[in-house]
Design a protein around this ligand. Sequence first.
Ligand code: PLP
Length: 387
Amino acid sequence: MAAIRETILKLERNGIAAVSQRGLGRRDIIPLWFGESDVVTPEFIRAGAKKALDDGRTFYTFARGITELREAIAAWTTKQTGRVLDVERVTVPGAAMMGVQIALQCVCEAGDNVVIVSPMWPNIFQAVRGLGAEPRFVRLKGGSGDQPWVLDLDQLFAACDRRTKAIFFASPSNPTGWIMREEEQRAVLDFARKRGIAIISDEVYTPIVFDVAAPSFAALADDDDDVFIVNSFSKAWAMTGWRVGWLVHPLKLRVQMAEMSAYNNTGATTFAQHGALTALRDGDEFVAFMREMSRKGRDIVQSFLQTQNRMSWSKPEGAFYGFIAIDGMTDSMAFAKRLIEEVKVGVAPGCAFGPAGDADNDRFIRICFAQSAALLEEALGRIAKVL
Ligand SMILES: Cc1ncc(COP(=O)(O)O)c(C=O)c1O
């Protein structure tokens, strides 16, 4: 008898890593495969963390996060949504992915299922699988040839059964840039309340939006609704390596959250939390800069696509990814590997963003366009050469 769980032995390879490990660290490759810009965390945020280090903040702290940071997050969310968020609903257990794990652990176990609106960043559904639960995919419709991405609510509700413990959204979406509308959130919340299903809403890209605001479930959910909202400093404050984010959770879990955070991560890194506090206090201008940089990246890709006859997208409404359909391509993994070999550009293959063998996703590649213009234009030109 072997000790390791079958679920773990059978965990699928992450499709983005399968490509990136071919060229990670190689200076001759333009990397557009990960969800991060080429901007270093700004000086004032680094100074906040450096000061904390110099002040000796190198010890354990509250498992739910330092109080000033939790208060600042509650105030930030209140400002974004216009609805007061109780600080007791905020926990800082580590970065967003830690929040995802904790939210999933709170609601599901082996044999349950989580309905996921896809295409979706693979770490989310692999985390569901890691718990022994089943990810069920409801794919947005549209997405190429200028067709907008559309959620079919009837299809979403029909996918839920007695073992469904949560519905998972990422809005703005990685990889599509789709933004869930408030009417859709209301309809889902209504359904979830009736059926006793939790909602996990990943809102890490809400500050990076272009044409419409991305509504938050925090504006709709009551204190004790089974709603979890995941957020992060990684993207909008350019802090991917810091591993700090937050979870908004039902008020009734305020005690358990200290335990969940402690048992998963012994809490988030103390001095990194002080950097995050500085980011929230003084970072509005920087967030606006990230949004504008992303918007410029989106414009560059949009102009480029107009010159191409085999490539199209649904112009993203938020986040900083282009999920680009390529006519005639049926194997996105092979294509992504070819781009590395032939023109030294790193992209994420569409097949990574849903169930294995899904032909719909295999027509796409994902690029991160939050890059400096010259780099992005060079990369797009190289992709065009291969086509
Ligand atoms: C939708 C989504 N959620 C969560 C994360 C992870 O965020 P963090 O770096 O805070 O763990 C990412 C990163 O790409 C993401 O795209």
